[in-house]
Design a binder for this molecule. Structure first.
Ligand code: ZN
Length: 488
């Protein structure tokens, strides 16, 4: 691979580029879905290709190809330089990158069992067995299961002297049951939109214990069809991890992507209220709210050795003791907030896209509470879990989330099940109302495999760690508004 990367770097330099990087990526994907005891889809795809990025006269140029030959690397690099030169004639601001160390390294996702070595027959066998349990009651009209595995073998080199090889492995799996009675209700396991995803091997699928959980999932879906609707009003809300993860994603993750904060993503995916004059002084949440970005946390979907700028993975506070403390940055934009190093958040989907700032693993640090004590301490509240729908405005301020399941809490006791529960709020008010977070025994990473951003649209994956937490005096209601599928 070094032969190819050197052709790109040398060609770019010869043609006057001040910077060049090349990413060669070999990707293996396997995706299986089942529906009511039959195969829904089964895809196995292998792709290879490379993308070359250059800076010429202060402007970016980018080109990619799926043909990996010496000639193709040279031609594609020439094309990237031409695009950069054309762009430089209409340039407003010249691109400058932070100075970063060069690395020669190999990094691989730690895992135990290679999912590509487990037969399709075994995988289908597990999904069918779960499916059978889910459909043992004829009120379940749709039982679904899925497994997804991705291995990305990447080679990165740049004109700063880096040569980095990475093998990233991600696994995901989930089941769900849809019951039809007085109402149509879905219950997903372990969480919604395809279940749990982690940077792990097939051992993650085994750890989910579908067969031990399918009966409960089925029974909850059926019980929800006749459950009372969530009574609207102002209540204390305890969010389970299956909902809190997406709350973090939408109201903190996207709000602190520096390109959005600077208005550079405004045309595509919204800006942010968390503007740079608020850094180090804005009360984002209550004092117990600590949100940490971490591209090194074990099993996180965004856990990598290096980002697509060749910057080493890091850990830093986005919100520290309630105060806005940092952003997701890359080499191009870090200087705007007077930082001389990137936080390493530049990532691209595939070889054919230019990297953009993406949320990394962003987690709410655990507190001190035991969940039973927290429920015991709540007079009049609702416990909500598992996201079902979401909407948030362009500034990442006003939001509404619907959940699959909820229980009323009265005088410290978890009582009746409630259906169609939702809650709404305004980002800083909501996080400032957080007065209790459960301890590390309840903390888990919730994988988001389908975060969408950019133009053309790119998908990225990341995880959000959290333990159940309580938010005081929240507006709760009935119904599901906003998106309930697609990208988040
Ligand atoms: Zn997203």
């Amino acid at each position: 691979m070094k032969t190819y990367t050197e052709i790109a770097l040398n060609t770019a330099k010869m043609l006057g580029a001040s910077y060049c990087d090349i990413r060669i990526i070999l990707t293996n994907n396997e995706s299986i879905t089942t529906r009511n005891g039959e195969i829904g889809s089964l895809d196995r795809v292998e792709t290879i290709g490379f993308g070359v990025r250059v800076i010429v006269n202060g402007a970016w140029g980018f080109a990619s190809s799926s043909i990996l030959t010496k000639e193709s690397v040279e031609d594609t690099t020439k094309k990237a330089v031409e695009i950069g030169k054309a762009g430089s004639t209409v340039l407003r601001n010249r691109v400058t990158l932070t100075d970063e160390p060069a690395y020669n390294d190999k990094w691989t996702t730690p895992y135990l069992i290679d999912p590509f070595k487990i037969s399709i027959k075994d995988k289908l066998g597990l999904l069918y067995a779960a499916d059978e349990i889910l459909r043992k009651d004829n009120r379940i009209k749709v039982a679904m299961g899925n497994m997804d595995f991705v291995r990305e073998h990447q080679w990165f080199a740049n004109t700063d002297g880096s040569f980095i090889e990475q093998v990233l492995l991600r696994s995901g799996a989930g089941i769900s049951a849809t019951a039809v009675g007085e109402d149509v209700q879905i219950r997903s396991y372990p969480t919604s939109f395809g279940g749990q995803y982690m940077s792990l091997g097939y051992e993650m699928v085994e750890s989910l214990r579908f067969l031990e959980n399918a009966e409960r999932v089925r029974d909850e879906a059926i019980a929800l069809t006749t459950a009372d609707e969530c009574p609207p009003g102002k209540r204390d809300v305890i969010l389970g991890t299956g909902q809190l993860g997406l709350q973090i994603h939408e109201s903190v993750g996207h709000a602190t992507e520096l390109d959005r904060v600077l208005g550079m993503e405004a045309n595509y995916a919204g800006t942010s209220f968390a503007t740079t004059e608020k850094l180090h002084n804005f009360q984002y949440g209550s004092e117990i709210v600590n949100l940490v970005a971490d591209s090194t946390v074990p099993t996180g979907l965004a856990t990598i050795g290096y980002d697509d700028d060749g910057v080493r993975a890091q850990r830093w506070h986005i919100v520290k003791n309630g105060i806005l403390n940092g952003y997701h940055t890359n080499r191009e934009l870090a200087h705007v907030i007077n930082e001389n190093r990137s936080k390493g958040c530049n990532r691209a989907e595939g070889y054919y896209n230019i990297p953009i700032i993406r949320i990394t693993n962003l987690s709410l640090m655990p507190g001190t509470w035991d969940l039973d004590d927290l429920i015991g301490d709540t007079e009049d509240g609702i416990f909500m879990d598992t996201n079902r729908s979401w909407s948030i405005d362009q500034k990442r301020l006003n939001f509404q989330f619907g959940t699959e399941i909820a229980w009323e809490i009265k005088k410290g006791k978890k009582t009746r099940m409630l259906r169609n529960a939702n809650y709404q709020g305004i980002t800083p008010e909501f996080w400032n109302s957080c007065d209790a977070i459960c301890n590390e025994n309840y903390w888990e990473l919730i994988g988001v495999p389908n975060c969408g951003k950019g133009q053309p649209g790119q998908r990225a994956e990341m995880s959000h760690g959290c333990a159940p937490a309580r938010f005081r005096n929240i507006t709760v209601g009935v119904g599901h508004k906003g998106k309930s599928s697609g990208q988040v």
